[in-house]
Design a protein around this ligand. Structure first.
Ligand code: CAA
Length: 387
């Protein structure tokens, strides 16, 4: 199947890349697939599976071995993200946030003390992290942070609420974006490492979501939370730049997730179309179905090329802001469209919960929303074109 292989495309994939891809595929098929529908139905977080993903090295793939990570490149990460997302986007969003928003941000901008204390257990999968930027009134308009981090000398006093936080309930460590100097607008924002269990830090309600229902999404409340100064990431006022820079890489992870959701639905649709008969033959022999499969394969392959390009640019130290935004914009649209087509090919069976395509279609929608909506990706791309 052309759209599920990488044959013929020279992205210089090594034996190691293919081994990572195969390991992720095996894990997804053997450990995630059997419980995916049950966990989705009852909104149960995959605790055991995420623990195993940590043991296999999937939770800190790009972190240096010095800090307990796999020392792999972004290409390995997107290959693994695609395979896991083909089966379970709830598990893959926990993986994506931990890898590209939490671990990457800490490794790139944290102090050695912060890395020893927080990055090591995060990269080895011993604990999970969360990235806390969104607020009830600050989603796309991320500079409008209402959460405050008042400078009290040797500590910050944090007050505010964060919304829709992935890994919100299960995380032990949160990277929290908060305003310290409102008069400086985005240049007054800080990024702070806040541990669960700190007095005044309360986990709010778990969201009852349309898709990625087995992922753990909460609001988080901070009421007079004291955070030591040494838990600030980067210089005073670096927090917004930290969030934006980290999200550039995060978008490659979500683009790979969207690609995986689309490819997973496509693979199921190909299989089903060969099994299901109508008008005396397999529906794959009807041109109406063949055209759908052909278009799905083409668009998925195009999304894959954009994802690989962004990953390669990041690995080669090139600017990847535009390519990451393009990959996320395109792959998330392909995911929504391809999963809808996969449901259509399954007909009535595609509309019921025993068939995975129903879940994949619901899961696809979030990829057009989180880590920057499709509208924000267009804004990012246009600014890059016009600057
Ligand atoms: N990379 C690096 N820096 C960036 C940047 C980028 N992509 N985009 C903006 N910046 C910098 C700018 O250079 C500027 O810094 P300087 O003043 O030092 O030059 C600063 O950020 C402010 O930028 P703008 O003046 O352009 O601010 P704006 O308000 O006009 O636009 C925005 C900012 C691009 C819209 C930004 O708010 C944004 O990206 N919004 C979307 C937020 C988002 O992606 N949220 C996702 C939530 S996290 C999540 O979903 C995780 C999860 O749990 C799954």
């Amino acid at each position: 199947m052309a759209a599920t292989t990488i044959e013929g495309i020279n992205f210089n994939l090594t034996e190691e890349h293919l081994a990572v891809q195969a390991a992720a595929r095996d894990f997804a098929q053997n450990e995630l697939l059997p419980t995916a529908i049950e966990r989705d139905t009852h909104s149960v977080f995959p605790y055991e599976q995420i623990k195993k993903m940590g043991e296999l090295g999937f939770m800190g793939m790009m972190v240096s071995p010095e800090y307990g990570g796999g020392g792999m490149d972004t290409m390995s990460y997107v290959l693994a993200m695609e395979e896991i997302s083909k089966v379970d986007a709830s598990a893959s969003v926990a993986m994506s946030v931990n890898n590209s928003l939490v671990c990457w941000g800490l490794e790139e901008f944290g102090t050695d003390e912060q890395k020893q204390k927080y990055l090591k257990p995060l990269a080895s999968g011993e604990i999970i992290g969360a990235f806390c930027l969104s607020e009830p009134e600050a989603g796309s308009d991320a500079t409008s942070q209402k959460t405050t981090a008042e400078d009290k000398g040797d500590y910050y006093l944090v007050n505010g609420t964060k919304n829709w936080i992935t890994n919100g309930g299960t995380s032990s460590v949160c990277l929290v974006i908060a305003q310290t100097h409102p008069e400086l607008k985005h240049k007054g924002i800080n990024a702070l490492i806040i541990e669960k269990g700190t007095e005044g830090f309360v986990v709010g309600k778990k969201e009852d979501k349309m898709g990625i229902r087995s992922s753990d999404t909460h609001s988080l409340m901070f009421s007079d939370v004291k955070v030591p100064k040494e838990n600030r990431i980067g210089a005073d006022g670096f927090g917004f730049k930290f969030a934006m820079t980290t999200l550039n890489g995060g978008r490659i992870g979500i683009a790979a997730q969207a690609l995986g959701i689309a490819a997973g639905a496509y693979e199921l649709a190909v299989k089903y179309s060969k099994e299901r008969k109508s008008f005396g033959k397999a529906i794959s022999e009807h041109q109406a179905i063949q055209f759908k499969l052909a278009e799905m394969a083409t668009k998925i392959e195009a999304a894959r090329l954009l994802v690989y390009k962004a990953a390669r640019q990041k690995d080669e130290g090139k600017d990847y802001v535009e390519s990451a935004a393009m990959a996320k914009l395109f792959a998330s649209d392909v995911a929504m469209w391809a999963t809808t087509e996969a449901v259509q090919i399954h007909g009535g069976y595609g509309y019921v919960k025993e068939f995975h395509v129903e879940r994949l279609m619901r899961d696809a929608k979030i990829t057009q929303i989180y880590e920057g909506t499709s509208e924000i990706q267009k804004l990012v791309i246009a600014r890059e074109i016009l600057k």
